[in-house]
Design a protein. Structure first.
Length: 81
């Protein structure tokens, strides 16, 4: 898990359950995307909550999750300014 801490002390990360993050203090978890199937069984990662693209179609959920993780890491997690 990669944690990014900004100058004001806010921590940004792509959530998983590897580490109990409650030790960092009060958590505020917000959804960054939706990984859902369509009516034909193809999977999509919709990053609209971050004004991102809809990625897919993928033949299985794990592919959509991997692509979602890569997009979030490259485009949202690391502040490139």
């Amino acid at each position: 898990m990669e944690l990014v801490i900004d100058k004001s002390g806010h921590v940004r990360f792509v959530y998983d359950e590897t580490v109990d993050l409650s030790a960092l203090g009060r958590l505020s978890i917000t959804r960054a995307s939706y990984v859902e199937p369509d009516q034909f069984g193809s999977w999509y990662a919709d990053l609209a909550p971050l004004n991102g693209p809809r990625l897919g179609p993928f033949s299985c959920r794990s592919q959509a999750l991997a692509c979602e993780q890569a997009w979030l890491t490259h485009n949202w997690l690391v502040d490139r300014t």
